[in-house]
Write a protein that binds this ligand. Structure first.
Ligand code: ZN
Length: 248
């Protein structure tokens, strides 16, 4: 680390749980962020600011006026630009040290797997079940931890699926593939700071996984009710018959 980096990350390095060693791990880390919308914006911004060395941003969508109420990595003058290009500009303005790779094409299962085997953590910030199941299957196969978040209306949830550990449940243990698809913010609405709360939790869990301090929320689902500012914690059992992570 050079003097500029020591100063930039000084408030983090002075934490015993992070220290120089943890900051070096962050600088050497590669994290894949799926979706650069309401959740992906704070995830990418906090991870870039905290010094995660290489962020791979995947999203095929473009910035729309109706996104700007909550997708804080994007700005009014970037309406019509690709979300990953817009986010990359914001992240490099925050931290020019960050290496950013952008992916705008829809990835096949093989391409997704090829991206995932190269990263330390995958952060799922997408808004549809099809992508969530594909990302989960690739993370289980590659044994890469997955930090999953979702937010809609006034409710959010966050979980970690630590696929390095065979006894840990996966996303498919929690949801059936025939789950209801009617969960888009476009159809249901979502309150602006809710995505910041859930995205910030995802960024926190990612940093803990990379640095290796504390205890992750793996095996639990945290559910946040914004109307009453209340968190609930649910235990996620592993499904022995899960078609993705089960033995059969
Ligand atoms: Zn499973």
């Amino acid at each position: 680390m050079n003097d500029q980096q020591l100063l930039r990350y000084s408030r983090q390095i002075m934490l015993d749980d992070v220290d120089i060693e943890g900051q070096e791990k962050l600088l050497a880390a590669r994290v894949l962020i799926i979706g650069l919308g309401g959740l992906g914006s704070p995830v990418a911004m906090y991870l870039a600011a905290a010094g995660v060395g290489h962020l791979i941003l995947a999203d095929f969508d473009t910035v729309d006026l109706s996104n700007l109420q909550r997708q804080i990595a994007h700005t009014t003058d970037r309406i019509g630009q690709s979300k990953v290009e817009s986010a990359a500009k914001t992240l490099l303005a925050l931290n020019p040290d960050a290496k950013i790779t952008t992916v705008t094409e829809i990835l096949s299962a093989d391409e997704l797997r090829a991206q995932i085997v190269q990263v330390n953590v995958v952060v799922d910030c997408c808004d549809n079940f099809a992508t969530r199941f594909a990302v989960n299957a690739a993370c289980v196969a590659a044994k890469v931890p997955l930090v999953s978040g979702a937010a809609i209306r006034l409710e959010g949830q966050v979980s970690v699926f630590d696929n390095r550990d065979d006894s840990s449940p996966c996303y498919r243990c929690l949801y059936d593939e025939d789950s209801e698809e009617n969960t888009s913010c476009a159809a249901n609405g979502v309150l602006s700071p809710l995505v910041g709360i859930i995205g910030s939790m995802q960024a926190l869990e990612t940093i803990k996984l990379v640095c290796g301090f504390g205890k992750s929320i793996a095996g639990k689902l945290l559910v946040f009710d914004a109307r009453y500012s209340q968190w609930r914690e649910l235990i996620l059992p592993k499904d022995k018959n899960c078609p993705v992570c089960g033995k059969c």
